[in-house]
Design a protein around this ligand. Structure first.
Ligand code: AMP
Length: 465
């Protein structure tokens, strides 16, 4: 059991009445009775009817990643807390405020993963992947957890698709990651733009930090409470603050591009040359730092292109990533440069709706098998298997006995042919085949019905039911 003193644990166990359900866009009912067992705030059920866009995105992501040579990796949802403390950073919102951390029965501090890159780099080291030909290219699709304030596009459990290339410094790696992020969203039909920056390396960043601190010291009184603390512990995070006052101060702050060392400058120039050559639209944003500590050199975010009267949409990144050349050493003590991206699936689905982008409609089955009576049901199950072996989708509702309700369902599905199997047909070894468009009906040999239907439907491919 978690220790009593664990503040986060207590937080997540507050009585329902202290945590009203206020995510209006999810259709959640406000202030439900205390007795109801209900979905946790900030979590989502994805019902069968809503699976379409998610499955479509997963198929597109997998195809793209595999074509470019990325292999799938799955890592656990739960990791040692120290993995994220060390990699994402102690003084980041994610680690300070948003992790689901608890002590397990063995007394170890564990956390639900708030992101996946750190786990991938842990796995890369733990499985000796640095002995494989480099770079190692992997992609993932999975859930992350952050105890954030739920609102549209921000959940406490959400899914990320990500790509990671580990073991190579070449700027072509950064370009490939940015290209694939862009292509993924563009091919779905979304209008997006990339924001890019370089945040330097341990050689040049300290000097920039000194100047940043000097600038903000002079403005300290105007900073929000969090930023006053960040000024001492993690000054780059000041550029990430969403408070209005801090945003204003940021516009006059020193810009990191002016402090980059030769190596970082060259690397960045070469990445930008690739983006130009590949016609990827991007904006240089010299204040882009991202909310995680492990980044070095290239960082980028993908933002939706939104109309002028909806500026808030441009604040909510669909994805982001960058280079993390120091991350492996922080986790395992072994050097391995890397670069990656993670894209939020829920935000993509929301943005698809906003930009009126529909996943291609999936066609239902073109055949429905109706049955009347016990014997027909039993023979019907066998017939269904014959169709499945031929990869042909067939609608059915074996839970129903009434022919009327089965035909109503067939009608709703808009099938071309209905096959009706009754006790008489089973005994005679036939089946009634009704052409729903022409209204013609004929008796067909049960043994030949699959071949007959196949002949009538030109493509005969399986379709989801
Ligand atoms: P990050 O790991 O913070 O760079 O996030 C990468 C992407 O994950 C973001 O651009 C979002 O699309 C998505 N994301 C991050 N946090 C959340 C959240 N709380 N709810 C939904 N999506 C999120």
């Amino acid at each position: 059991m978690p220790k009593k003193g664990n503040k986060r644990w207590q937080q997540s166990r507050q009585p329902m009445s202290q945590e009203p359900h206020d995510i209006a866009d999810d259709g959640e009912k406000k202030n439900r009775s205390k007795k109801d067992i209900q979905l946790l705030r900030g979590f989502k059920d994805i019902l069968p009817a809503d699976q379409g866009p998610v499955q479509y995105l997963q198929t597109k992501a997998t195809e793209l990643a595999k074509f470019y040579g990325f292999g799938k990796i799955d890592t656990p949802l739960l990791e040692m807390t120290s993995l994220f403390r060390r990699s994402v950073g102690d003084v980041t919102d994610i680690v300070e405020k948003e992790m689901y951390t608890f002590t397990d029965a063995g007394g170890d501090s564990v956390s639900l993963r708030p992101e996946i890159t750190a786990s991938v780099v842990r796995a890369y080291n733990e499985h000796g992947m640095l002995n494989l030909p480099q770079p190692v290219k992997v992609f993932y699709w999975g859930s992350c957890f952050r105890y954030d304030r739920p609102q549209t596009g921000r959940y406490r459990q959400f899914n990320q698709f990500g790509l990671e290339t580990i073991g190579e410094m070449n700027p072509a790696v950064d370009a490939e990651i940015i290209l694939l992020s862009y292509l993924f969203l563009k091919e779905i039909g979304l209008k997006v733009e990339m924001q890019v920056n370089s945040i330097g390396c341990p050689n040049c960043r300290p000097e920039y930090k000194k100047n940043l601190i000097a600038y903000y010291r002079r403005k300290k009184r105007n900073l929000c409470g969090d930023c006053q603390r960040r000024l001492l512990k993690n000054p780059l995070r000041l550029l990430d603050c969403k408070e209005e006052g801090c945003q204003e101060l940021k516009s006059e702050a020193p810009q990191i591009v002016d402090w980059l060392c030769e190596e970082c400058k060259n690397h960045f120039m070469r990445v930008l040359e690739y983006l130009d050559a590949l016609s990827i639209p991007y904006n240089l944003n010299s204040f882009l730092v991202r909310g995680l500590d492990y980044y070095t050199k290239t960082v980028f975010e993908i933002l939706p292109v939104a109309p002028d009267d909806q500026p808030e949409r441009r604040q909510s990144a669909l994805g982001g990533g960058g280079r993390y050349d120091g991350l492996s050493a922080v986790i395992s003590g072994k050097e391995a440069p890397g670069c990656g991206v993670s894209i939020g699936i829920e935000r993509l689905v929301i943005e698809m709706r906003k930009q009126s982008v529909e996943p291609p409609a999936k066609k239902g089955p073109q055949v429905f098998l109706a049955q009347i009576g016990e014997q027909a049901k039993q023979r019907g199950f066998q017939l269904l298997e014959e169709f499945r072996k031929e990869k042909m989708a067939v609608g059915q509702m074996f839970a129903k006995d009434s022919l009327k309700s089965q035909l109503e369902l067939a009608d709703k599905m808009g099938v071309k042919y209905v096959l009706i199997l009754g006790q008489k047909e089973v005994l005679e070894g036939t089946i009634l085949m009704r052409d729903m468009e022409g209204g013609v009906q004929e008796n067909v040999d049960l043994d030949r019905v699959v071949t007959e239907i196949k002949k009538k439907l030109k493509d005969g491919k399986i379709r989801s039911v």
